[in-house]
Design a protein around this ligand. Structure first.
Ligand code: AHM
Ligand code: MG
Length: 339
């Protein structure tokens, strides 16, 4: 296939970028790529299978209806990362507590993974893009299975993060802190190939992504920013275009390529926002910074937030540098921090 590079080749080629024991992180990323391919197969045939579609009957820890594919994806990622020696535990959107991995190896796994196995799950049964989001840290505990404290690290401590988008094509996009690279799945071969090397988000964009149905519940700063996006001003290419898929991975991916801002702010009913810090905001923040963009909670950098619980929520403003900064200006002026 000429100069086409597979995900596996790329991971090995780049492992010298990494300051810790080389092979471990490479093997871990490969395991995620493998699980993604298995989940992709099920996502693609979801419409065919009565028993996969629909609610699984249980609610996840946030009390939201859990779809069968969520459960399937969760099981698949746990299976792919367990018993391999690299990972000592997992935090997942689908599980209340830490999933501890007991290793049979002489040295316990050095990494912990926070994961949203299938994000945007309300889009599954309507054939709209969904995704997997993952975040990887070095453990802080010494040995044995992962502990709660291993996950209470700021986003700046991530050693790798990424997502898989199950879209019109399936892609895996990840960073280990040396830029962002995107790989597209060739379904006929069953392998990811490097298709988007060194991804950079434009500093300015023309797309804003927000659930405007919640407008009345938004902070004044966000309301004013939305108005700003809608004003006509040819010098700044306004009015901007509104695009909202309702799958963070899909909205993020589009904005990463085209330039744009995604906002999920606080609302009156969700005073901390909806998205989760550990496995939604932090990995996306790491990726966007590596791509030259910005991620904040409206005031502060996402990656500097000290987590205090596994499923903690945060408002998220993420995307093109100048767009996020503009939105933050509106927040500072109309919804000052702490008021
Ligand atoms: P989920 O983890 O339950 O799927 O929720 C996260 C999703 C994001 O993918 C998406 O951006 C957001 O929730 C959409 O929420 P809303 O429907 O409130 O706009
Ligand atoms: Mg989610």
């Amino acid at each position: 296939m000429g100069n086409v590079k597979s995900l596996g080749e790329f991971i090995v080629e780049r492992q010298d970028d990494f300051k810790y024991a080389k092979g471990e992180l490479s093997r871990l990323l490969s395991a995620i790529g493998l699980a993604a391919r298995v989940v992709n197969r099920e996502v693609n045939k979801a419409g065919l299978m009565e028993d996969i579609l629909g609610d699984a009957g249980a609610d996840n820890v946030q009390g939201e209806a859990q779809k069968k594919l969520d459960v399937y994806a969760n099981d698949e990622f746990i299976r792919a990362l367990k018993d391999r020696g690299e990972v000592c535990g997992l935090a997942s959107e689908e599980n209340e507590g830490v999933i501890e991995f007991k290793s049979g190896y002489s040295v316990d796994g050095q990494y912990v993974v926070a994961i949203d196995p299938l994000d945007g799950s309300s889009n599954i049964d309507v054939n709209v893009s969904i995704g997997t989001i993952f975040s990887i840290y070095r453990r802080t505990s010494k040995s044995g299975p992962a502990t709660f404290e291993d996950f209470m690290q700021k986003g700046v401590e991530q050693v790798a993060a990424g997502y898989v988008i199950y879209g019109s094509s399936t892609m895996m996009v990840y960073t280990t802190g040396n830029g962002v690279n995107g790989f597209t799945l060739d379904p006929s071969i069953g392998a990811f190939f490097l298709s988007h090397p060194d991804m950079k988000i434009p500093e300015n964009g023309k797309i804003y992504s927000i659930n405007e149905g919640n407008y009345v519940h938004f902070p004044e700063g966000v309301k004013q920013y939305i108005k700003y996006c809608q004003v006509e001003d040819p010098s700044t290419s306004r009015p901007y275009t509104s695009r909202y898929i309702g799958s963070l991975v899909a909205d993020f991916h589009r904005n990463l390529i085209k330039g744009g801002v995604y906002i999920y702010p606080t609302t009156t009913s969700s005073p901390n926002g909806k998205l989760r810090l550990l496995y939604e905001a932090n990995p996306m923040a790491f990726l966007i910074e590596q791509a030259g963009g910005v991620a904040t909670n409206g005031y502060d950098r996402i990656l500097d937030i000290q987590p205090t619980s596994l499923h903690q929520r945060t408002p998220l403003f993420v995307g093109s540098k100048n767009m996020v900064k503009k939105a933050m200006d509106f927040m500072a002026e109309h919804s000052p921090k702490g008021k």
